[in-house]
Design a protein around this ligand. Structure first.
Ligand code: FAD
Length: 436
């Protein structure tokens, strides 16, 4: 560990830490980045869809060198019951554009590539090193970090915490409270390998560059607040399920049992047929939304990415919020440095202000009522998907009964499932209100 004073120390080499370090490195700042992994991305987990926009704002030509799997040309949403799914698909040739909007990626490869760009921007990266806690001066201002390496603390003008969802450094240093089980989902994910041509045929794709993603709601979460997903990579399929930790604790359902059930669902099994499972991972996802965002800045420190609960669970966006908060933090710190102003809590207000102006806090504020809505209305994960699937069965089955009788049966089924029409209307109003 060099005994040196840095302009900034970045904890973590995930999307948020990399974006912050890259931006500051490009601005000519002397930056030290520390990651506990053997290499950046070695333990990082994502579904994973990469949203181009956030990366493109920093590295416009990223497509030339980044390890990308397939660009997404089709998105499916499925409502699952035990035997069926009812869904919508959106597929468009517009997604076959010169600069595609979304890609599937494998994080271990992607983070390694991103870290290479960060190092090329002049940042010093140290891996296999864990930051234990922040170091403060007599006035309480953060002035550096203590790591698990010998040699004492490392000093910097500011510490950027991009340490991911657990946020243990911030927590140990008294900057944010302990994670609450109702603010975080536990996701389990497997990677199943198949030949490229099999994926192409199975998902009706034109070539090895096109991909499909499937987002799933309903019986996949066994009554818990959660969703499932299935994403196509070049030669593999990523499949996973995530539910609130508080729900797992209450229901005592092992996450791997949930994933096994999902894989064996009649709509999913054929998509995985003959595939070889090679990877199994588990990771937390911040899902507390706007109201769970901790204090983001203080004298000599600021928080970016998952550590700040920056995940839009409704749209399943996280890495782009991580990169955007990292980039904005880097820009703010570079500006303060250029103006000769220290990273005090008062001066770092520019970071919060810039986030307020960005899609990050606008989106999270828009959906701030969704986490509470979902926790208090489990019927959205159980009754509604079941009713929708039963209704589609009744509607599509040709069995000698007339259509008016079928419509009456569908409406009766809906009313019975929710007890009365008032409850049906109340569900719709609640969802519409939370969505606004
Ligand atoms: P991380 O990616 O978690 O990186 C944190 C880094 O900090 C790690 O490299 C870690 O090694 C390092 N670190 C932690 N503590 C220390 C320490 N004390 N000292 C040194 N280093 C430390 N987002 C999307 O945009 N699209 C998706 O499809 C998607 N799917 C997901 C599916 C799953 C199953 C999960 C779990 C998440 C998904 N997300 C998705 C969310 C996305 O992965 C995160 O939002 C994103 O990774 C956050 O980036 P980050 O840099 O803040 O944190």
């Amino acid at each position: 560990m060099p005994v040196e004073h840095f302009d900034a120390i970045v904890v973590g080499a995930g999307p948020s830490g990399n974006a912050a370090a890259y931006t500051m490195g490009k601005a000519g700042m002397n930056v030290l980045q520390i990651d506990r992994g053997e290499y950046p991305g070695s333990k990082n987990v994502q579904g994973a869809i990469l949203y181009s926009d956030a990366l493109e704002r920093m590295i416009p030509d990223f497509r030339e060198t980044a390890p990308l799997e397939r660009h997404v040309v089709e998105q499916r949403f499925w409502m699952l019951d035990e035997k069926s799914h009812t869904g919508t698909h959106h597929r468009s040739d517009s997604f076959n554009e010169e600069r595609p909007n979304r890609y599937t990626i494998l994080r271990a490869q992607f983070d390694k590539w991103f870290a290479k760009q960060v190092r090329a921007a002049g940042v010093t990266l140290i891996t296999e090193t864990t930051v234990i806690e922040l170091v403060r001066n007599a006035e309480g201002r953060v002035i550096g970090v203590l790591t698990d390496r010998e040699g004492g603390p490392v000093h910097a003008d500011v510490v950027v915490l991009g340490e991911g969802v657990n946020g243990l450094v911030a927590q140990r240093s008294g900057l944010r409270p302990e994670l609450r089980p109702q603010h975080v989902a536990l996701a389990v994910k497997e990677t199943h390998f198949l030949p490229e041509e099999t994926i192409r045929e199975r998902f009706n794709l034109s070539d090895e560059n096109e991909g499909v993603v499937i987002e799933v709601l309903g019986s996949v979460s066994s009554g818990m607040v959660g969703t499932g997903f299935l994403y196509t990579n070049r030669e593999s399929i990523s499949i996973g399920v995530g539910c609130l930790v508080s729900d797992f604790a209450e229901k005592q359902i092992p996450p791997y049992a949930l994933l096994d059930r999902f894989k064996n669902h009649p709509s999913v099994r054929p998509l995985l047929k003959g595939a070889e499972m090679k990877e199994y991972v588990a990771h937390l996802i911040p899902e507390g939304g706007y109201d769970a965002i901790p204090k983001l800045t203080g004298d000599g420190w600021l928080i970016v990415g998952d550590a700040g609960q920056f995940v839009n669970a409704v749209h399943r966006e996280g890495s782009n919020l991580a990169m955007t908060t990292g980039r904005i933090a880097g820009e703010c710190l570079a500006r303060l440095k250029a103006e000769g102003r220290p990273a005090t809590e008062a001066n770092l207000k520019v970071y919060r202000d810039a986030l307020e102006q960005s899609f990050v806090l606008k989106d999270l504020r828009k959906y701030r009522k969704i986490p509470k809505l979902l926790k208090q209305n489990r019927q959205l994960f159980t009754t509604w998907p079941a009713v929708i699937n039963r209704s589609m069965q009744a509607f599509l089955r040709v069995d000698g009964r007339d259509k008016r009788a079928k419509e009456a049966e569908i409406l009766r089924g809906l009313k019975t499932a929710r007890g009365n029409w008032l409850n049906v209307a109340a569900d719709m109003v609640k969802v519409a209100r939370a969505w606004r």
